[in-house]
Design a protein around this ligand. Sequence first.
Ligand code: ADP
Length: 402
Amino acid sequence: MKILVLNCGSSSIKFQLWDMLKKESLAVGIAEKVGLKGSFVKLENSKGQKVKFEGEILDHQIGIEYILGILTSKDYGLLKSLAEIEAVGHRVAHGGESFDKSAFVDDFVLEQIEKCIELAPLHNPANLRGIIAMKNLIPDIKQVAVFDTAFHQTMPEYSYMYAIPYSLYNKYKIRRYGFHGTSHSYIAKRACDILKVDYNKQKIVTAHLGNGASMCAIRDGKSLDTSMGFTPVEGLIMGTRTGDLDIGVVNYIMDKEELPLSSINTVFNKQSGMLGITGVSSDMREIQNAAKNEGNKRAQLGLDMYSYRIKKYIGAYAAALGGIDILIFAGGIGENSPVIRKAVCKDFEYLGLKIDDSKNDNLRGEEMVISADDSKIKVLVVPTNEELVIAEDTHSIVSKLN
Ligand code: ADP
């Protein structure tokens, strides 16, 4: 039986088809520009065969219909019929306080995801549209929701509360939720498998460094703290997001630039971060290139600020955890940038953290231990695989129903 994994964004649908017996991804693809001009679906199967279909994709349902059509097409031999799909697993951004694990989608779960739209107005509506579209297309299909926030529901109160009037928490559930939970838990468990140590007895710091980026402190298999908060803008410096910022700056800019609330949101989410500092790009490759080959000072400043912020979080999490056993890098930048990994790990010898430059310098996109043999803290690069976790959770939840 096969599991279809869907990650529905506002104008895109990422998908992956998994064979759970072989634990193998059979095809991966994306429908892009959903609801916009020039929409298309791209797919690559496990043999490297690529296809692209251009056509009008007015909404998520039409997009999913396209995807199902391609998956069942004789030309690619992926599915003989839709009946081969055991279940569909959806990435859902926000589960609020209602979900500390993945959930079988029934009417109650749908209602809760809808309630969380207030907390994730940019993501949950599209996630919900994907679930409903799937239900419309195959009414008896089993569906599972896998939440980005669920893993962090173990954070203790002192870690997730903001020091704002408690009544505002009671009224609006304003607190830190954290995101990227599926990735943090996957890379932490995978690192423990590689090191052959008990995941439930480690002090782990994970750094998921992609366009969005966050860190997590994991003690004995549970998220103790994470850098993203009520929204994904808190914490690390990201491609276009500020990360931690004095809220006094918000008022000041709004006043001086005469900006309404809607615009200030755009400034901090879309025009800040590495793009804002460097003026080069939000893309780490272009920034590194500008700093190294063009001597661009703002690009170098961006790189320095980027690694310094991560360093500060490692220090904070070492304090919170009472030491660190394992440090893990993942995400496009964590997996592919030896320069950033090296800058982050520099000057941590006092904590017992030493990386092996020869291992670090040559490593891109592979699982590997990059710490020196005598490093007390093991440092690893673990390419994340959120789709596998979604497929596994989905398979495991629906298997118990049968
Ligand atoms: P998303 O959060 O969108 O999934 P990714 O995890 O794909 O993002 O990460 C995208 C980031 O990874 C971009 O900033 C990109 O520049 C960076 N990246 C990818 N390859 C490299 C590389 N070889 N060196 C440095 N950065 C890289």
